[in-house]
Design a binder for this molecule. Structure first.
Ligand code: FCA
Length: 327
């Protein structure tokens, strides 16, 4: 009797040991295009939570250009990783990334920015988690319209800055979503000015928006939007630098990470009135878990998951974050 109990116990211990040895052998990469951006820091943070929970190793790599992406993939292969998740600096690298992953025997998933082929169409075979870009853009547009009404501005006289990054499809969908709502609400097409940014960060957006403001110095009231909080914040910084008061500026971002929170915490309100909060937990934790399941249990991830957003204003962001379980 005792012998059997001991044998069963020993077997169980051995099985647990084997199970955890397997998880510890699993190495998953998480490659992001802009490691300094709070959104990507948060994605990494939540991917770490998944790694701790499942017991696998997470390898975080920042890759700001195509060359760094290539070496990141080779590096992961050389380390014996089995798969990785990437937000690429350039979606046109798609076919190259797919080929390099296969050569290194790595499973591949994308997050945020979806790879495209030579024809510009999404590489649908690569599992992807992105945001519902058009819908979220519409929420940005609606928030702007509501604030403009509240301030009693005539939309016909308002200038709109479209901080753009048109080589990235999700960025186009986001700003076009916003514009569709503005136009439905009486904003004239002719007053929507394109401000193309060279990179998706605040400084690039500031430079792009400044050019627009200088060209249209006769316009008093401005609204601004772009693909993320950094884009909207860059436009706000531009209005400040040319001496436009916050009372004359309505900008709404997308993200809701540290960049937005720090802005809301400023004692005096700026032109950055709100953000559509998206979920770094889903994009970081869930993609990492899905990759783990793929590697460990051969469970293929869904091909396309699009996550939702939730508007938060300066006045209620803490409450909204609490409701979303992120505070
Ligand atoms: C893109 C943007 C990021 C973030 C993400 C969901 O990658 O550059 O700022 O908005 O989509």
């Amino acid at each position: 009797m005792h012998f059997f109990k001991a044998a069963i116990l020993a077997g169980t211990v051995a099985m647990i040991a084997a199970g955890s040895a397997l998880a510890a052998d699993i190495k998953i990469g998480f490659v992001v295009k802009q490691p300094e951006e709070p959104w990507f820091q948060d994605e990494w943070k939540f991917a770490e939570v998944a790694a701790k929970e499942k017991g696998f190793q997470l390898v975080k790599i920042g890759a700001e250009d195509g060359e760094k992406v290539q070496s990141a993939i080779d590096n992961l292969g050389a380390q014996g990783a089995q798969g990785f998740i990437i937000c690429t600096p350039d979606v046109k690298l798609g076919p190259g990334i797919v080929a390099k992953s296969a050569a290194n025997n790595l499973k591949l998933m994308t997050v945020d920015d979806r790879l495209v082929g030579a024809d510009g169409k999404p590489l649908e075979a690569v599992p992807h988690m992105g945001i519902s870009a058009t819908k979220i853009g519409e929420a940005v547009g609606q928030a702007i319209v509501d604030e403009v009404k509240k301030r009693g501005w005539d939309p016909k006289t308002v200038g709109a800055i479209r901080v753009s990054y048109d080589q990235l499809p999700t960025a186009v969908d986001r700003v076009e979503g916003a514009i569709s709502v503005l136009e439905k609400n009486g904003f004239p097409k002719a007053n929507i000015f394109d401000a193309p940014q060279a990179k998706t960060d605040t400084e690039a957006a500031l430079n792009a928006a400044t050019t627009v403001l200088n060209k249209h110095a006769d316009i008093k009231n401005w609204v601004a939007f772009g693909l993320n909080d950094e884009a909207a914040l860059g436009a706000v910084r531009a209005t400040e630098s040319v001496g436009i008061a916050p009372e004359n500026v309505v900008a709404v971002g997308i993200g809701g990470a540290e960049s937005a929170i720090n802005e809301f915490k400023k004692p005096k309100p700026t032109g950055f009135v709100g953000t559509v909060i998206i979920s770094p937990k889903r994009h970081g934790y869930e993609t990492a878990i899905n990759m783990y399941e793929w590697v460990a249990n051969n469970k293929e991830p869904e091909k396309l998951i699009l996550t939702a957003g939730q508007l938060a204003l300066r006045s209620d962001y803490a409450e909204v974050r609490k409701q979303l379980g992120i505070e």
